[in-house]
Design a protein around this ligand. Structure first.
Ligand code: AKG
Ligand code: FE2
Length: 210
């Protein structure tokens, strides 16, 4: 996809500077055929990720657990972080803003695609603890600018909690590793990447509301 020039420009956002993204739709037959032609591997990966929620819901049902109803966002996001790019701690919940839609993300599913990743390459997924006290609501939208001590615009963020920057686990973005977490609850970010390209593909599940 990178070779086809399908990636976005480098992000100028203060939240994830230098990253590049590509939204790949595979909901309709036409979209799947198109992707099959352009990148069969990406289609296979997208379909495998898209099958996970149903499998999880069946497993929950078998175990007598009432799982919330969710639906797939009809696209996966491929993203790449090159040298120096990173993503500040955030939750995957946004409303309006540049995306222009109300985000109802419930579950984040990420698959990493870095066969040669080595310690020192950076780009780990940092999962941070949530602080008990609510974030300062006086800052419109987000506490990120306050955390970063910059005038960042993360106007889309609707976070109502804060993260504890001192309590975290780092997850190496190794080939085939899949990470799943509750989009609206879990604070996470990407450590500065030193690798030429750090690739991940993400699928979000949305609340099943009209
Ligand atoms: O690629 C990752 O490890 C996380 C990406 C992320 O947090 C996002 O795109 O919202
Ligand atoms: Fe995220």
């Amino acid at each position: 996809m990178a070779a086809q020039g399908a990636l976005s420009e480098f992000s100028q956002s203060t939240c994830n500077p230098g990253s590049q993204h590509l939204w790949v739709r595979f909901a309709s037959l036409g979209e799947r055929l198109d992707l099959q032609r352009r990148s069969p591997a990406l289609l296979e990966l997208g379909e495998a990720l898209a099958a996970l929620p149903g499998a999880l819901q069946n497993a929950a049902k078998d175990a007598g657990i009432q799982a919330p109803k969710m639906r797939l966002f009809p696209a996966i996001m491929a993203a790449t972080y090159g040298p120096g790019s990173h993503y500040v701690p955030h939750q995957d919940k946004y409303s309006g803003g540049s995306a222009g839609f109300e985000n109802t993300r419930m579950l984040t599913i990420i698959c990493y695609l870095n066969p040669d990743w080595q310690p020192g390459d950076g780009g780990e997924l940092r999962v941070l603890a949530t602080r008990n006290e609510p974030a300062d609501q006086s800052a419109p939208g987000s506490r990120l600018p306050q955390l970063l001590k910059i005038a960042a615009d993360h106007s889309e963020s609707t976070s109502s909690t804060a993260c504890d920057e001192d309590a975290y686990v780092d997850i190496q973005p190794l080939l085939g590793r899949i990470v799943m977490f509750q989009s609206r609850e879990v604070w996470h970010g990407i450590q500065a990447s030193n690798a030429a390209r750090r690739w991940a593909v993400t699928l979000w599940l949305l609340a099943d509301v009209d």
